[in-house]
Ligand binder design. Structure first.
Ligand code: ADP
Ligand code: TRP
Length: 322
């Protein structure tokens, strides 16, 4: 059996980068409660959110948003990371064989250090907890965006290092990255990220969303001059929502010239609104059924717990603490 697993932090509302880079792959790959495991990484979010009500609310909102976007509890297991305490136990076990140098090279920690900011041990060991998340369920495939590739590599290294000390205890996972959407650009052309203030949220108020889209940065070439679609972030964003034919037509319009970026932006507003219309409707329904969502998370935790116990027992035995 092939296990697919991924986690997403509840650090705010999901943006287009999260959806096209990661969440859409969760949905495409879900093919059974036993095979597809997805969780809300609230333990990881503790490294940045220090407001209990906000973290609790974000965690629940993340569940509602994932379900609205098409995560199907009949075809996948959805749970909250902290409901499975075995993950923290495995994290400690893994730390004992994780070289410091491996973590010192990880970008989240390195970036913070290079800015002269002090990092806490949670941020430093963040990739070990992520490795525990993956290894605890014998995961084979981990759908993520480009920026998480390094963390999956680290997980492979950590598992390899443990295996070489204690025998083949862990399954070695692989990242699943869809090239075309691995790095969705933001409004300013840089990587879309909630930390850069350049993101468009999936469930944003439509008026605000329109304002943001109309504000996408563009160059100041005259309307009549032909333009190259490749590498243009407005073109890239448009093609996320468009059919292949619409994208081809837009590429021709770029090459021909004679259009204003404003027209394209207006079309993008409509495309994006239509694209997520069903999800928005579903979200309204789910917001009115909090008990139903809680039940999905409780059932998911039960399912994940079973597998977690099995793997943790095996690992503890393998290193002599079973
Ligand atoms: P952010 O960068 O906004 O803090 P997260 O780190 O919480 O986003 O990312 C959650 C998931 O979404 C990860 O799998 C990540 O790789 C993916 N992701 C985030 N931003 C992008 C983007 N701009 N393009 C593609 N995938 C992305
Ligand atoms: N670190 C990931 C992110 O910021 C979230 C995450 C935590 C994760 N544990 C994971 C992703 C395990 C995949 C697998 O997006």
């Amino acid at each position: 059996m092939m296990r697919i697993l991924s986690g997403i932090q509840p650090t705010g509302r999901f943006h287009w980068g999260n959806y096209f880079g990661a969440i859409r792959q969760y949905i495409d790959l879900q093919n059974g409660q036993d095979t597809a495991f997805y969780f809300i990484a609230n333990l990881h979010a503790l490294t940045t959110i220090r407001d209990r009500d906000l973290l609790a609310r974000n965690t629940f909102d993340a569940a509602i948003d994932l379900l609205s976007l098409g995560l199907d509890p009949e075809r996948a297991t959805l749970f909250v990371q902290s409901d499975i305490s075995a993950v923290s136990e495995l994290c400690w076990i893994l730390m004992t064989t994780t070289p410091m140098g491996l973590l010192e090279r990880c970008h989240a920690y390195k970036d913070k250090k290079s800015k002269g900011l002090s990092a806490d041990a949670g941020l430093f060991t963040y990739p070990v907890l992520m490795a525990a998340d993956i290894l605890l369920y014998d995961s084979n495939l981990v759908p993520v965006g480009e920026d998480q590739k390094q963390h999956v590599e680290v997980c492979r290294d950590i598992a390899g290092s443990f295996n070489s000390s204690f025998g083949d205890a862990f399954v070695i996972p692989e990242a699943y990255i869809v090239k075309d959407t691995a790095k969705v650009p933001g409004l300013d052309g840089g990587k879309m990220s909630k930390s850069y203030g350049n993101s468009v949220e999936v469930f944003e108020d439509l008026k605000l969303q329109k304002k943001k889209i109309m504000g996408i940065t563009t160059d100041s070439r005259p309307i009549e001059s032909p333009k190259e679609p490749e590498g243009d972030h407005l073109f890239q964003l448009y093609s996320l929502f468009a059919t292949p034919e619409q994208t081809m037509t837009l590429a021709e319009r770029y090459r021909r010239g004679g259009f204003g970026y404003g027209e394209i932006k207006k079309e993008l507003v409509t495309l994006a609104e239509t694209f997520f219309a069903t999800a928005r409707k579903k979200r309204e329904e789910l917001l009115a059924k909090p008990d139903y969502v809680k039940k999905i998370l409780a059932d998911g935790a039960k399912k994940a717990q079973k597998k977690a116990e099995e793997v943790l027992t095996r690992i503890k035995k393998s290193c002599g603490i079973g």
